[in-house]
Write a protein that binds this ligand. Sequence first.
Ligand code: UVW
Length: 323
Amino acid sequence: MTDTTGTKQTTLNELLDGMPKNWGRWGDDDEIGCLNYLTPQEVLRGVQHVRSGKVFTLGVPIGDPGGDPVWPGRSGATRLMTQDRSHYTSGKLQPLPGGLEYADDYITAFLQGSSQYDALGHTWYGDQIYNGYDAETTTGGMARCGVEKLAERGIVGRGVLIDMARHRGKDALEPAETFGVEDLEAAAEAQGVTIDSHDNLCIRTGWLNVFYEKGADAFYENFVEPGLTFTPELVRWFHEKEIVSLSTDTIANEVTTDPVSGVVLPLHAALMRNLGVLFSEILWFEELAKDCVEDGQWTFLYAGAPLRVVGGTGAPVNPIVVK
Ligand code: UVW
């Protein structure tokens, strides 16, 4: 494949040749991938990390008047009132018999436009999505691997937070700054924690602080997010560790463009499409990370419940962490 300048462009087929796949591992009709790892025993393993009763929520504001951080080309949610007190004071509406009045509203939102889970069929290459289903099954709505399949089950297990920004002594990683398996392991060791099999892996980069503190112009300027970067070792590590889910405080959970191959978002292909790793994005780890520094506990019970949007490519979520 060549790009518009005639330069040869690596394809995902070439990049991921020989990389592991979990297709068929949980049956030909599987639509939840690595969520299958979360058995009742794994939920109980997560519960063992509840020690103080402290609760943290990881969702960012939705429909914030200051704007919501999104992938370029999407827009943040808009919330509109359909009725409120003014409808009663102006006489447009009458109270219900007995006197009850009520306010109502609705939102228009990209299902990928806030803290969310990606459906396993959200991204693909070639003609197939996760588990080998035809990519045509995405046309007009996700007939296969829609987000409701993850939502019906719920994502509950042991969570572990790796604070990559803190490990590198920064408030936030720089645009295009990358990290890999060795960095994850080094950060975990410095935190005195291990990333174990069947974990829900949460990684703080501090990147969303750029949006909320410096504003949209700084956030979207030459948009290249920091994040995990593709290597065969990284993909094999996810496969061998049987990581259930990857959650980060970036829009796309990985460096936007792989600096080596020039491929955009290769981990969406290698991890989500090929292995069935769940992706949850645009999460808020600031308070949780501060607390982990204070009490030295980087593991917790993690519970993610995306909305049951039928045929959705993703769905908003406000994950709950209990320590
Ligand atoms: C794209 O779909 C491009 O990215 P994300 O998974 O971050 O929504």
